[in-house]
Design a protein around this ligand. Sequence first.
Ligand code: UD1
Length: 422
Amino acid sequence: MSVFKIQGGQSLSGSVQVQGAKNSVLPILAATVLSTGVCVLHNCPRLTDVDHTLEILWHLGCKVKREGNTVTVDAAAPLNWDVPDPLMREMRSSVVFLGPILGRMGRAELSYPGGCELGPRPIDLHLSALRSLGAKIEERSGRLLCEGKLAGGDITLSLPSVGATENAMLAAVAAQGVTTITNAAREPEIVDLQNFLLTLGADVRGAGSSVIVIRGGKALHGGEYTLMADRIVAATYLSAVAAAGGEGQVTGIDWQHLSTVTAVLAEAGCRVESGERAITISAPAHLRAVRPIRTAPYPGFPTDAQAVVMAALCKAEGATVFAENIFDSRYRHVDELARMGADIRVEGKVAVVYGVDRLFGARVRATDLRGGAALAVAGLAAEGETVLSGLEHVFRGYSDLSGDLRALGAKIEQTEEIVNES
Ligand code: UD1
């Protein structure tokens, strides 16, 4: 199996261009189903989650081509309306196809996405949003059977779910009439989705605020679009420099998307300078603990950055409290960090990181995407060699984690090895 071998304990120096955003590319690829023209997407990262999404498009009957980081989707032909169970199981976020397939075909059949490594992942808000537009949805033997000619309507989300907002937007673009989504998620990836839909000729306004208004029912043409950079990948690389010490730069990124993360790293003692399309960080040899970090919907501190920032603070002087408010099982990296010498106590949604003087290289295993990246970050701060397995999780969201960290000066290689898991 593939593992990363990391020689830690050395400060970093370098610069890296940040890949396209995973959380933008998935809903944007799903949105191509609504167009009967050709969509050309640039800056699509090479991720297994993207491969699975392209497989779904192919199964639906789209012509799909990938050349480097550019993906072309032609959804002109009549499409299928079902996503087979194995493809749904590969990726929970495939549920974002429900709105566009139903909108385009008047019918959709998907399997019910179960829980995932982050705990239960309900889709009640997705379903009630689609019902508000006239969808009839039945659940039978784990399959979701949806049909109906959609019409614009008022959708009020009880919490600002990213996926439910995207599903509602995509269904509403196809629904005749005006849809208003209230308490919408405000994540930058929602703005990216709106910008892509505008390129195709849709009438969508308000993304980035809590109220999104869509005048639906217009036929969408094709278009060419460049995806935004991945703010969580950028947060990972900034955390890596903070953990190991030294200096680094991430480029191609909008600093405003990362301000809650950079504020924490600055409070920990790093010097952070944000330019127009780049962030530079300079980290001292020893960080200090920071005030409590509470994950929250955007523009709050992102749950996806919790693990990598926690890894950076394992050696900080003092204790840092984390409160994970978005997902139930998001501390699975803690036991692995403990193998490297970290002192972290978890009680429900709270974790307290007591800074230790040293971390030590160890054999550790990624149990989820961001947790895996966090172990690589900790490995850079640890003395000696860390061997990280479970890379299938990492490859879902990082197109070249080891190469990018090498560009920042890290000693990390991907090799094939038989790992003793006991
Ligand atoms: C998206 C991101 C994920 C990120 C998360 C929160 C993608 C592909 N994934 O996931 O990386 O961690 O946002 O920023 O973009 N909820 C319900 N009912 C629903 C839907 C959600 O109760 O129908 C709850 C969830 O259990 C969770 C919270 O709402 O507690 C937020 O989830 P949501 O914003 O929907 O996250 P995702 O879209 O799944």
